[in-house]
Design a binder for this molecule. Structure first.
Ligand code: MN
Ligand code: ZN
Length: 339
C-alpha cells in the first residue's frame, strides 16, 4: 500500500507499508480520495508548530470500511465514510464540556499522528462518519467544510438577517461563504486577489472587495442600515484584521477568528464593550462532519466546484509541486488512491 510521507521538512516520499489490523473499537478504512490542505503544505515546509517527523500527512480523506474491530456497531464493511481527523482524550475539561477539538491531549490525524494519505489506515470507529452514497471526491470535502461549520457554530450561525463580511477568499473563506449563504445571509468577501474574488462572486457573494483598491471600513458604512456587518469572519490570517473587524462590526455583532498567527496586534477594548461584540476563536471542528455530510447529501451545498485538480496518489510530488509553483491555479487539489 502507498503512503505519502514527509520524512523531514522539504522531503516528501512514497513508502510501501503493511496494513494494520483494527483493534477493539476501531475500523480499517480503504482510502479512495484525499484533499491537500494548506496545513499539509506547512508540514512539508517545516512551518507547522505541531508536526513531528517522519509523518504520514493528510487529514481530509474518504473511503470505505474494509475491516471492523471487536465491539464496533453501526458500521459495516463496504460503508462509505469520511474520517473526522480530530482524536480527543474524552476526559479532560474541554472534552467533558463538549469541546473535543481543543482537547488538552489533542491528536489530529496527519499532524500529531499519522494521517490519511495512504491506501489503508485504522481509525477509531467513532471518527468514521457514514456518507451514504456520496461520491468519494465530494465526501473528502467534508472536513474542510467542517471548519466553516465550526466557526459559524461558534458565532451563533449565519441567518437571513445577517450581513456577513468574510476576510479571505481562499479555500476556507469560500467554504464559509457557501455555509453562510445557506439561510440567505448577505455575504461580502474581501481579498487581495481578483481571480479569487471572481470565484467568490460566482458562488454567491453579494459583493466583493479588493483590499488593495477598496477601503473595507468605508465600504462597510453602507451595509446593514449603516451599522456594518453583524458577523465578521477572519479567514485571511492577517493579525491587523482583528482590530478592523471590531471597528466595522455592528453593535451586537459577532467576530469569528480562523487565522493562526502568533504575531501580536493592538485591539481597542472600547470598541468591543461599547458594541457588546462577541469574539470567538475557532479551531478544527467539534463533531460537525455529519452536519456537512447532510449539506452535501441534500444538495444544499455542492463542493465539487472547489476541486480544481486530481492527481494519482503516486504522483503526490507533482501535486505538491503544482501548489508551490502556481497556487493561484488551485483551490482544492485531491489525491486519488485508486480502487
Ligand atoms: Mn484541512
Ligand atoms: Zn480531552
Amino acid at each position: 500500500m502507498t503512503a505519502v510521507v514527509v520524512e523531514k521538512p522539504h522531503q516528501l516520499t512514497l513508502r510501501e507499508t503493511a496494513p494494520e489490523e483494527p483493534r477493539a473499537g476501531e475500523v480499517r478504512v480503504r482510502v479512495r480520495r484525499a484533499g491537500i490542505c494548506g496545513s499539509d503544505i506547512h508540514i512539508l515546509h517545516g512551518t507547522n508548530p505541531f508536526a513531528k517527523y517522519p509523518r504520514v500527512i493528510g487529514h481530509e480523506f474518504a473511503g470505505e470500511i474494509e475491516a471492523l474491530g471487536d465491539g464496533v456497531s453501526g458500521l459495516a464493511v463496504g460503508d462509505r465514510v469520511v474520517v473526522d481527523p480530530v482524536v480527543a482524550c474524552g476526559h479532560c475539561y474541554p472534552c467533558r464540556v463538549g469541546r473535543p477539538n481543543v482537547c488538552a491531549n489533542l491528536e489530529v490525524m496527519g499532524v500529531h499522528r499519522d494521517g490519511g494519505f495512504r491506501s489503508r489506515l485504522v481509525v477509531p470507529a467513532a471518527n468514521a462518519i457514514p456518507v451514504g452514497a456520496l461520491p468519494f471526491d465530494v465526501a473528502a470535502m467534508a472536513e474542510p467544510f467542517s471548519i466553516a461549520a465550526n466557526v459559524l457554530e461558534r458565532t451563533g450561525g449565519a441567518h437571513a438577517a445577517d450581513t456577513v463580511l468574510i476576510y479571505g477568499a481562499g479555500m476556507i473563506g469560500l467554504t464559509v461563504l457557501l455555509a453562510a449563504r445557506l439561510e440567505g445571509a448577505r455575504c461580502i468577501v474581501a481579498d487581495i486577489d481578483d481571480a479569487r474574488l471572481a470565484r467568490a462572486k460566482e458562488i454567491g457573494a453579494a459583493r466583493v472587495l479588493n483590499v488593495r483598491r477598496d477601503n473595507v471600513p468605508e465600504a462597510m458604512k453602507s451595509e446593514n442600515d449603516g451599522l456594518g456587518p453583524s458577523l465578521v469572519i477572519e479567514a485571511a490570517g492577517a493579525p491587523h484584521l482583528i482590530d478592523e473587524a471590531t471597528r466595522v462590526a455592528s453593535p451586537a455583532g459577532r467576530i469569528g477568528l480562523l487565522g493562526f498567527t502568533a504575531e501580536p496586534t493592538p485591539i481597542v477594548q472600547q470598541e468591543i464593550v461599547k458594541k457588546e461584540l462577541t469574539i470567538a476563536g475557532s479551531r478544527l471542528n467539534r463533531h460537525l462532519l455529519p452536519r456537512v455530510v447532510d449539506w452535501f447529501a441534500s444538495g444544499r451545498i455542492d463542493p465539487s466546484a472547489l476541486v480544481t485538480q486530481v492527481f494519482a496518489a503516486r504522483d503526490a510530488k507533482d501535486a505538491f509541486a503544482l501548489i508551490d509553483r502556481d497556487p493561484g491555479s488551485t483551490m482544492k487539489v485531491q489525491l486519488d488512491f485508486g480502487d
